[in-house]
Write a protein that binds this ligand. Structure first.
Ligand SMILES: [Fe+2]
Length: 196
C-alpha cells in the first residue's frame, strides 16, 4: 500500500510556485529542489502508475487546473526509447527507479547528438529552450523497467509538439496524450485522521 502524502505535498508546493507566477528560472531551481525531495523516497507512487507496457508509458499524476504545470510518471520497459521529440515548455526529469539516458539532438540533416545526460536514481535534469528542447530518451537498463517523474510547464499531453526524423530533420505534429484515464486520489486522509 502506498502513502501518497509526499506527492500531495509536492503538488501543493508546486502550486504555490505557480501562484507566485514563478519565472522559468525559479521553476528550474526551486521546482527542481522540490522534485529532488519527492524522488528521495519511493513509496508514494501508486502501483498502477508504475506498470510497463509494450512501449514506454506516461501516466498523468496531476495537472494543475489552470494547466500551469503537470506531473507525469514515465515508465520505461527494458530497451524502450522515445522518438526524437521537443517539448516547447520547460521540463524537469527526476529519476525515481533505475536509470535513463537523455541525448540532445541538434537540428540538421542528419540531426546530430549533443549533450548526453545519464540519470541515476535521485538525480534531476531540466529541459528548456535555454539548454536544449529536442532530445531522445531511453531506458539505460536492458533487464528491467526504469521510472522517472517529469514536471512540465503546461499540460504536456495536450500540447502540440513535434517528433523528428533523425535522418532528415523532418518534423511531424505530435500530441502525446496519457496512458491512464484516472489520476491518483490525493485526498483520502482517512488513515491519518483515524490515527489522530
Ligand atoms: Fe522529453
Amino acid at each position: 500500500m502506498t502513502d501518497i502524502a509526499p506527492l500531495r505535498d509536492f503538488i501543493r508546493d508546486m502550486t504555490q510556485l505557480a501562484e507566485q507566477d514563478a519565472s522559468e528560472a525559479r521553476w528550474l531551481t526551486e521546482g527542481a529542489a522540490l522534485l529532488r525531495r519527492l524522488i528521495a523516497t519511493d513509496t508514494w507512487l501508486p502501483e498502477d502508475c508504475a506498470v510497463a507496457g509494450p512501449r514506454y508509458r506516461q501516466y498523468l499524476l496531476h495537472c494543475d487546473p489552470l494547466e500551469r504545470f503537470c506531473v507525469v510518471s514515465f515508465v520505461w520497459g527494458p530497451g524502450q526509447k522515445t522518438p526524437v521529440h521537443n517539448h516547447t515548455v520547460w521540463g524537469l526529469v527526476g529519476m525515481l527507479r533505475g536509470a535513463e539516458i537523455s541525448t540532445e539532438m541538434r537540428p540538421g540533416a542528419p540531426m546530430t547528438p549533443g549533450q548526453v545526460d545519464h540519470l541515476k536514481e535521485g538525480e534531476v535534469v531540466a529541459v528548456s529552450a535555454d539548454t536544449y528542447d529536442i532530445h531522445v530518451v531511453e531506458n539505460a537498463l536492458a533487464d528491467r523497467a526504469s521510472i522517472s517523474i517529469h514536471v512540465y510547464g503546461g499540460n504536456i499531453g495536450a500540447i502540440a509538439r513535434a517528433v523528428f526524423d533523425p535522418a532528415t530533420g523532418a518534423t511531424k505534429r505530435f500530441i502525446s496524450g496519457y496512458d491512464n484515464v484516472a489520476v491518483p486520489n490525493l485526498w483520502d486522509r482517512s488513515k491519518e485522521m483515524a490515527a489522530a
